[in-house]
Design a protein around this ligand. Sequence first.
Ligand code: PHE
Length: 480
Amino acid sequence: MSGHNVWTHKGTFLLAAVGSAVGLGNLWRFPYLTGENGGGAFILIYALTIFAVGIPILIAETMLGRTSRRSPIMGMRHLIKTHKTSRAWESIGWLGAASAFLILSFYSVIAGWALHYTWLMLTGSLVGADAQTISDGFNALLASPGLMTLYHTLFIAASALIVGMGIHKGIESGLRIMMPALFVILIVVLIYGIINGDVGAAASFLFTFNISDLSLEGWLQAMGQSFFTLSLGMGAIMAYGAYMSSEASLTRTAIAVAFVDTAVAMVAGLAIFSLVFGAGLETGQGPGLMFVTLPLAFAEMPFGALVGGVFFILVLGAAISSSISLIEPVAAFLVERFDMTRPQAVTIMVVAAWAMGLLTVLSFNVWAEGTIFHSLFGRSAFEFIELLTNIFMPLGGLMIALFAGWALTQSEVIKELGTNATWFKIWRFLVRFVGPAAVSFVFLRTIPQVEGYLIPTLGALIIVAAFAIGQRLRQPKTSS
Ligand code: PHE
């Protein structure tokens, strides 16, 4: 498609990619996973994966978007044609669209909880409440499909509105207001944590590396988390990359995104654990860390209601700047492929993801047990969807790495990357070998843990991938 849109400013891609990367993954998932997995060792694996695997794949995914200047599925089609490689690679686009749709469905439900807590905090409802009251409150929220559906609807509608207004008036302007505000709030919460909490205990929890603390399961979660937090392998970054200025540096931008994303996770971890330790609470609370433990810490501290309210606004803002990046790749595809208007395309994607989200809502109450998901997969619908995305994202990342490193004409790649030969070789070694090896390791360890029909599903996906690679290897070598 000629005349494809480009962001208004050279730096907007960076802003948009940071907006996508920084989200519930940093503020909710990272702290609770770190808490469950004993701290520093988990962070070490997480950071290593980000740098050795995440950044190279981030560069690759952005590059695919920018050279094709199309939405992920159409972009893959275009690259397959121009680089004369196997059509099987188109599955990268489809897998991405499926992951975006699945993630959006549950992401919106969880972000909806933050909406509830923003309200509770700002109205002072939790001031002075004790542990029992606060945890009963959270359980009451989970037990109410109506309330959860209401918040889920509000959140997803707000995201749809932004994307529906277009990449300039909606996404770009929205991010330009939201992102600076989020950084200010994060710093305020950190300072509050330092003053009222125990930052020393938090720092030693986060930065004491004792590798023997880390279970194998924790190791896998750390690697999965690094994909999730960088928004990798599902087209969000590719879709934003399609609008990236040709002048911006791919490598420098990708490194900056990973750096900011990691810094936000660390600062959030430091602030949250300062409050948790300061209030004498436990770190290993799981997903309830943000919704039970943290409100409890705020309940006892001076100005806790106000700062807690501001904190949950931060969570909401970070979540919405990520959820818009989940809508964009699919919406852009529908616009390009079927000539829909943007509002039509956004509506289709969002209504479908909203309906799918009801499965997550019900997984916490009416369908908490005894459903078809429990009998087939041994878990609730929500847990099943989350598991699927935990498989799809690294798989997408793996295929992007292989596609960029092996299938594309390498003389074109080096031109697009615009680096010198040494950096190019380092990058290519990482996407050709290190990334695929790391991801395969995660998969091999995950497979024995999944039961039932999942293994055939996985098998099918792996066959598709193998087919794609085989196709490429049968072809005469282009330049390399
Ligand atoms: N990176 C986001 C977060 O950390 C989640 C996300 C994943 C967003 C994939 C878009 C695509 O919350």
